[in-house]
Write a protein that binds this ligand. Structure first.
Ligand SMILES: Nc1ncnc2c1ncn2[C@@H]1O[C@H](COP(=O)(O)OP(=O)(O)OP(=O)(O)O)[C@@H](O)[C@H]1O
Length: 466
């Protein structure tokens, strides 16, 4: 046996000794060798494979690409085209592909090795299954998100609210900064998401940050990121800030009114220059980010008091959306109650309803926590009600007491003035309680001067709890 024949004999022995499948192609993708195991897996004999292009037997083979573009791949999943394997349920494998180069670095062959060992095949199957599931959930997630944030899904029929919705819709068609103001729980974040997910940026990230919840020392690194070693405790490799993460998309700066003034200066620079400086970075990084900011505070008042930079205010406030408190859109209270209840009924396949009396009680409440509070009240009433009906007694006692007082007042003393005063007193108490009895904050939220609030507290004999 000459040296070449001997060599070929040993090579074939090796190919057939292993548990793996091997296929060898020349630099044009023509099959020069294939072992019995691989032939068996494909359900073909050697003569059908050797001498023909590899795509004749594996139509989606990557080997031609590997030999043409000279690269290797290690342990990737290959899914065979339906009907190209002997067993149609065994149609994916773990494969490693590599080029064989001669002494002049020219490609002489390409080799693919596939793993048949059961444990490897099982892992490949599991991986493939998980990969498919992941792809499925990604698609579903996008479908749900797009639906969830569609403007049609935003509940409300109040005419002012519909105007706001129109403004938000128009804002989704450009990339100007948006400032959304309004009390907590009125739906500022819902609007911000709808603007982003209906804009041309929808396939890029929407990154949110609560400027009021992060201590000043951390806020800068959260927003702008840092380079490795720029301070003690900095993680290896540094970190991208929220602005860089949101590149191409939208950043939602929630509670912007709580941003410390020296951070406002840095933010203004980013908005003016469209670039960020990482902490410890050598040069600024250009960014393309749409800014949507939100606050429950009165920024104009804060500008007057020198607590918020005027130049930043104007930069953020190109499009302004002022959310309406729920108590000022009474026609929507019932709508929201039905909406939240139907969401629960859908989720738990139930048919819970709500009595007229409970509806009236919801209608008369001042809702200092706005839509979020209403959602919570419906959820907890749903969880506690008997016989699939939400009754007055399933609502929080503070609401029921007020409702009963109003009802008896209505019978005994239904002068408009008395009714208005009763309502006013209850709203003031509610706000004070929600602001931890801080008169300054409550007066700001109620939109009245502090001295007027004191007068009313005195008039209604409201006791301030400490
Ligand atoms: N128009 C709407 N339709 C349906 N659900 C809404 C609507 N507006 C608000 N919600 C719901 O009300 C809750 C509060 O909304 P959101 O978080 O957007 O308010 P927010 O004004 O940003 O509050 P905060 O200032 O406290 O962050 C959420 O659960 C949200 O899903």
């Amino acid at each position: 046996m000459d040296w070449d024949a001997r060599y070929k004999y040993i090579f074939n022995q090796i190919l057939n000794m292993t548990d793996d499948g091997f296929i060898v192609v020349d630099k044009d993708g023509v099959v020069t060798d294939i072992n019995d195991q691989y032939c068996d897996f494909l359900g073909i004999n050697k003569s059908q494979a050797i001498g023909g292009c590899i795509t004749n037997i594996i139509s989606n083979s990557k080997m031609i690409d590997i030999v043409k573009n000279v690269y290797n791949e290690e342990g990737v999943i290959h899914k065979f085209v339906e009907g190209e394997t002997k067993d149609k349920d065994n149609d994916f494998l773990l494969v490693s592909r590599s080029c064989v180069l001669d002494e002049d670095e020219e490609v002489v062959a390409g080799v693919a090795q596939v793993k048949f060992r059961f444990n490897t095949l099982d892992s490949a199957k599991k991986l493939m299954k998980e990969y498919m599931e992941l792809e499925f959930f990604k698609e579903e997630y996008n479908k749900i998100n797009n639906k969830k944030f569609s403007f049609d899904e935003i509940v409300g029929r109040n005419s002012k609210f519909l105007e706001m919705k129109k403004t938000a819709y128009k804002a989704s068609k450009n990339a100007f900064p948006v400032l959304i103001t309004g009390e907590s729980g009125t739906g500022k974040e819902v609007f911000a998401c709808s603007i982003h997910y209906n804009s041309a940026r929808r396939d890029k990230p929407m990154v949110s940050i609560n400027c009021g919840a992060i201590p000043y020392e951390l806020l800068e690194s959260e927003l702008f990121g840092y380079e490795e070693g720029s301070f003690s405790g900095a993680i290896k490799g540094g970190k991208d800030g929220k602005f860089i993460q949101a590149d191409g998309g939208t950043i939602f700066l929630d509670e912007i009114g709580d941003m410390p003034i020296n951070m406002q200066v840095k933010l203004l620079r980013v908005l003016q220059e469209n670039e960020v400086d990482k902490i410890g970075g050598k040069s600024p990084i250009p960014i393309d980010v749409r800014v949507i900011a939100a606050t429950r505070r009165n920024l104009i008042e804060m500008v007057k008091q020198g607590k918020f930079r005027e130049d930043l205010y104007y930069r953020l406030n190109v499009i302004n959306i002022e959310m309406i408190p729920l108590r000022n859109r009474p026609e929507d209270i019932d709508l929201f109650s039905s909406y939240f209840l139907s969401m629960l009924n859908n989720e738990y396949k139930s048919i819970v309803t709500i009595t007229e009396e409970a509806r009236v009680c919801l209608q008369h409440y001042a809702w200092p926590g706005n839509i979020r509070e209403l959602n919570n009240v419906i959820k907890s009433a749903y969880a506690t009600c008997d016989d699939f009906v939400i009754q007055l007694t399933d609502l929080p006692s503070k609401m029921v007491t007020k409702h009963n007082v109003q009802k008896s007042n209505g019978l005994d003393n239904h002068l408009l003035k008395n009714m208005v005063e009763e309502y006013e007193s209850s709203i003031i108490k509610e706000y004070l309680r929600n602001c931890n009895w801080n008169c300054m904050e409550a007066s700001e939220k109620l939109g009245i001067h502090r001295s007027l609030l004191y007068k009313k507290i005195h008039k209604y004999g409201i006791e301030l709890e400490k």
